[in-house]
Design a protein around this ligand. Sequence first.
Ligand code: SF4
Length: 247
Amino acid sequence: MDITDALRSKALAIHQRLITAYGTPTWHSGDDPVSQIVNTILSQSTTDVNRDRAYCRLRERFPTWEAVRQAPTAEVQEAIRPAGLSAQRAPRIQAALDTIAGERGELSLDFLRELPVAEAKAWLTHIKGIGPKTAAIVLLFSLGMPAFPVDTHVQRVCRRLGLAPANARAPKIEELIEGLMPAESYYAFHLNLIAHGRRICKSQRPLCPICPLLDLCDYGQRVISNNEITTKTQRHKEETSETDSIS
Ligand code: SF4
C-alpha cells in the first residue's frame, strides 16, 4: 500500500468514526449563493449569534441585495454593526455585489452550477475578499457542488490527525482532502470535523484521552507516549527517592 492509499484508508476510517460519534449530516440546500457570500463575509472573526443578528438586520433594512449594493456604505455599516468590523465588512460586501452584478449583469451565481468545480472556485476567488474557504462554502452549501471548505477547526483537526502536514495551510488541506475522500463525503466530513473540533479536539486543550479517534491520530499518539514517558520518569524518580531514603 503506498502512502496515498494508506492516508486514504485512514481518512475513511476517521470519517466512519465521526459518523458513529456525530451522525450523518444530510445535505439540504442552504442560502442562495449570493446570500451565502454575504453571510460568510459577516461570519469571519465573530460569533454565530452576532453574525446572525447582523444578517437579519441587513435583510430587514434592505429588501434586496441590489438595494444593499446601491445603498450608502454608512447605512450598510450601521445595519451590520452587531458583527463587528463593520467599517471593513460593509465595503467588502458591496464590492462583492458590484463584481457579481458588473460581470454577470444580475445578482445571481446560479451559472456556477454549469462550470467544472475548479473553474467555479476560480470565478468566486477572483472576487476581492472571497478566499478559498468562502468559495468552497458557497459551492458546497448553496450549490451542492463537490468542494471541501477548510475552516480553523478543520485545519487544526486535520493537521493533528496527520491527514495534512503540521504546517499545511487551508488551501493545501482542501486540495489534499479532495484528493483523498469521495466527493459525496465532503459535506458530512466537513461538518463532523467541525463538531469534533468544537467538542473534543479543542484548540487549547484537546481531550485526547476520551477521543474516539485516538488510535488513528498522530498527535494523540504522541500525547499518549509522552505521558507514558513522563509517568515512567516520575515512577523512576519516586523509586529512586524511596531507595535513597531506605539506604
Ligand atoms: S486524539 Fe486528540 S489531537 Fe487527535 S483528534 Fe482526538 S482530541 Fe484531537
